[in-house]
Ligand binder design. Structure first.
Ligand SMILES: Cc1cc2nc3c(=O)[nH]c(=O)nc-3n(C[C@H](O)[C@H](O)[C@H](O)COP(=O)(O)OP(=O)(O)OC[C@H]3O[C@@H](n4cnc5c(N)ncnc54)[C@H](O)[C@@H]3O)c2cc1C
Length: 404
């Protein structure tokens, strides 16, 4: 199952090539202004491009070696939420610099005691004239130390039902009272932070949507986080794929043990199922359908698959796998064989495999844990009773009645 992209004379290809001829070395701001950063966004921020045009534009950009600005949370999650729920003034102020990557964004949602059950969050925002005063703590804030702005969830009505007392803010990360403390993860990198709020004053104009209406917006943000039509790499669409590991083994000409060979077949089969699910997801988008259950199915499967692939790559590396800078090739051909560098065949350097092994542990946690994805599949797709109801001893009918 492959998607055949439209041919050379497709209008979106022609338009992109004409634009590129006029902007042979486009800056990030040129790309943002042109609409090619988020082609599916409405004008003037995007091109209102349908899924086929998007795929065609991606194809053209790949061929021309043009990369979009890096601002994962800004472009992927904050931007679409501001686009949908923000005021005209907010869209005018924030979207263009965000698309150009001039202003980096982070997501201030998780707290030490509120992750999967995000609606239980306790960071408080209290209205004081034209400002809100924020106190509390966030954690696991990716890119918080590099960001100019964060999308912040805070409780504005502590007496309401927990989902009904939350508001959604744009928080300037340099506001007095915001403290960003690094968390070094086990790859040795500083990607995460914890963020403290001590009497931080946020202008009321930074409220997105209605006061106490933030939960609906948070769901839009999280929905965008879980839907990904991105690449086939095993690390949330990036990094090596099962095909890359197979390629290394093929190139080495070495024999695998029967057990490793069986695991290789297993991991490759998983990746093939995921590829087909991804095609279905893209196909549904092309037909204008809303993302279906395959989003949760794919996330739950893809995260486990990422771990399986990286575990297997370590095991193929044998005793070399104990080293931080060794990859599967060295296990097959010895320390000094050297591993092919990244090339068109998708063979990744040793360090990527080693780091990827450590990073893969995060896959089944970030963006909604695998257990929570399985709850969603069980309850919303299969119609099974909620786990909490089963633990309470409710019958299936009682559980269903409670949800109505
Ligand atoms: C790489 C990465 C990047 C991240 N970036 C950000 C970020 O930028 N901003 C941000 O706000 N957060 C971020 N997070 C945090 C992430 O959203 C949370 O870690 C995640 O929501 C889980 O919350 P938790 O860590 O509090 O775990 P908990 O919710 O405490 O879960 C602990 C364990 O209990 C299980 N569990 C919880 N509830 C249930 C249930 N109802 N049924 C069955 N099992 C359950 C979970 O599956 C898990 O195994 C990031 C996390 C990772 C790994």
């Amino acid at each position: 199952m492959e998607l055949a992209l439209p041919g050379e004379d497709h209008p979106a290809r022609v338009a992109f090539r004409e634009w590129l001829a006029a902007h042979p070395d486009p800056s990030p701001m040129d790309l943002a202004r042109s609409g090619y950063v988020g082609p599916h966004w409405p004008e003037p921020w995007g091109l209102s491009a349908g899924p086929i045009d998007q795929l065609v534009i991606d194809d053209e950009m790949r061929k021309a070696g043009i990369k979009r600005p890096q601002n994962r949370i800004g472009i992927g999650w904050a931007g679409p939420t501001i686009l949908q729920y923000g005021t005209d003034a907010q869209r005018e102020r924030y979207l263009l610099p965000l698309l150009a990557g001039d202003e980096i964004w982070c997501q201030l949602f998780s707290e030490p005691d509120s992750g999967s059950d995000l609606a239980s969050l306790s960071t408080r925002a209290v209205r004081d004239g034209d400002e809100y005063v924020v106190n509390g703590q966030k954690i696991w804030t990716s890119f918080g130390h590099e960001s100019q702005f964060g999308i912040l969830l805070a409780r504005t009505d502590p007496d309401a039902r927990k989902q009904d007392g939350i508001s959604y803010f744009i928080c300037p990360m340099d506001a007095p009272g915001v403290t960003v403390d690094p968390i070094i993860d086990m790859t040795g990198l500083h990607a995460f932070n914890q963020v403290f709020f001590d009497d931080v004053r946020i202008p009321a104009e930074n409220l997105v949507g209605e006061e106490n209406g933030g939960w609906a917006l948070a769901k839009v943000t999280l929905g965008n986080e879980r839907v990904s039509l991105s690449g086939e790499g095993a690390l949330w669409g990036d990094g090596p794929s099962a095909e890359a590991l197979v390629e290394i083994v093929r190139r080495s000409g070495s024999m695998l043990t029967p057990t490793l060979a069986q695991r290789m077949v297993q991991v490759w089969s998983e990746s093939e199922i995921l590829r087909i699910l991804r095609m279905r997801q893209i196909g549904a988008a092309i037909e204008g359908l809303k993302p279906g259950p395959e989003v949760s199915v794919r996330k739950a499967m893809a995260d486990e698959h990422g771990k399986h692939l990286m575990d297997l790559a370590k095991d193929v590396a044998g005793s070399y796998g104990l080293l931080a800078d060794a990859g599967p090739m060295e296990g097959l051909q010895g320390r000094h064989a050297g591993e092919p560098v990244l090339d068109g065949g998708g063979v990744w350097p040793a360090l990527v495999w080693s780091m990827g092994y450590l990073y893969a542990q995060a896959l089944t946690i970030g963006g909604g844990t695998s257990e929570v994805q399985r709850n969603i599949i069980g309850e919303r797709i299969l119609g099974l009773p909620r786990e909490a109801d089963v633990e309470e001893g409710l019958t299936w009918a009682e559980s269903r009645a409670r949800r109505r």
